[in-house]
Design a protein around this ligand. Structure first.
Ligand code: KG4
Ligand code: ZN
Length: 327
């Protein structure tokens, strides 16, 4: 079953070709044009998707000498995301569907992130999935594909958003998650610098990152001398520690409360070295984290979600929505 995956929900234009669960090719263009603005500019994102999507599709098809007419299914991210950006991928997919008579199915972006964890390893249901990215920080009980229960989520900023905002305070280019990860790794110790680990007083296993971000802001503002590289490294290390601990503690409490042994961590922030190491330390073999290239937005995970849905007769046409919840 040849599946074309299409992902354009934010600032990555990505197209993948799979044969059932096997990836033939997956190419991703990360839009660098947002760096100068300190965050994603929706209009620029839509234009960049439009400029790249044809060429990327030709590239993945050339890898297999496949023709569009050979494709059995197009799986496209239809929600949530930036409206104009989603529209590019969905319209492109509907156009191919009309032109070549191919079935097209909509995929929820967060279901795609969950399915990214299945690309390289087999995971038995049920499991807990923490999706932690620039737009989301949310935990689900996953009983099967299509059967999700939300166990908690951020009450304010997403963890990736906190990485990007702290990066901005330190003068790093957007997106700053990877730069902070590297600066923290290069710094031996944060010294006596500590930032708060928030636990919101809610009835679920929720997260909060806006207080942490503000604590970093006050710390930077209180400094009289300009920040040195060592200062930046220490701030990155202390901030990253507080973020990782908040995430891991949230997962621990939700997993215990819901009797879940297996833990999936996915989404852009799951590429973080300290988070990956801590999850392995706490959950051992029961921690399932995709390779970094499948953590950040990519179309291979969308194609995989299409495949999982197809095998369960759960395919639905695209229902483009910038804010549809997974459950
Ligand atoms: O999943 P993703 O590619 O896009 C969204 O769906 O949001 O995640 C992007 C987010 C950005 O906030 C970026 O700074 C963060 O993931 N990120 C990281 C790392 N690599 C990407 N955060 C921490 N450490 C990293 N190594
Ligand atoms: Zn994402």
């Amino acid at each position: 079953m040849l599946i074309l995956g299409v992902e354009t929900s934010c600032d990555e234009t990505s197209v993948a070709l799979t044969d059932g669960p096997r990836i033939i090719e997956s190419v991703t263009y990360t839009q660098l044009e947002h760096g100068a603005f300190g965050g994603v500019v929706p209009e620029l994102a839509s234009r960049a998707h439009l400029q790249k999507i044809d060429r990327l599709t030709e590239q993945v098809l050339a890898r297999h000498t496949a023709r569009l007419a050979d494709i059995d299914l197009i799986a496209v991210t239809d929600s949530p995301g930036l409206a104009g950006a989603l529209l590019v991928g969905v319209s492109f997919s509907l156009g191919l569907s009309r032109g070549y008579g191919i079935q097209v199915a909509g995929v929820h972006h967060l279901e795609g992130h969950i399915c990214a964890a299945m690309i390289e390893q087999t995971i038995a249901f049920p499991f807990l999935a923490l999706v932690v990215s620039g737009g989301h920080t949310v935990m689900y009980r996953v009983d099967d594909i299509g059967r999700y229960q939300c166990l908690g989520q951020t009450v304010d900023d997403a963890a990736g958003e906190a990485f990007d905002k702290v990066g901005k305070l330190l003068g790093y280019t957007y997106p700053a998650g990877r730069t902070i990860d590297e600066a923290a790794k290069a710094c031996e110790s944060a010294g006596d610098l500590r930032f708060p680990i928030a636990r919101p007083a809610t009835s679920r296993h929720d997260f909060s990152f806006s207080g942490l971000k503000t604590a970093v802001k006050y710390h930077v503002e209180q400094r009289t001398a300009p920040l040195s590289d060592l200062d930046r490294g220490r701030i990155c290390k202390a901030f990253q520690h507080a973020t990782v601990e908040a995430l891991v503690q949230g997962v621990q409490s939700a997993a215990t409360a819901h009797g879940l042994e297996r833990i999936v961590c996915t989404g852009g922030v799951a590429a973080n070295g300290a988070l990956r190491a801590r999850l392995r330390e706490v959950f051992g073999q029961n921690a399932y984290v995709p390779s970094p290239k499948y953590c950040t937005d990519n179309a291979a995970m969308i194609a995989r979600a299409g495949y999982e849905r197809a095998t369960r007769c759960l395919l639905v046409p695209p229902r483009m929505s910038p804010s549809r919840e997974l459950c």
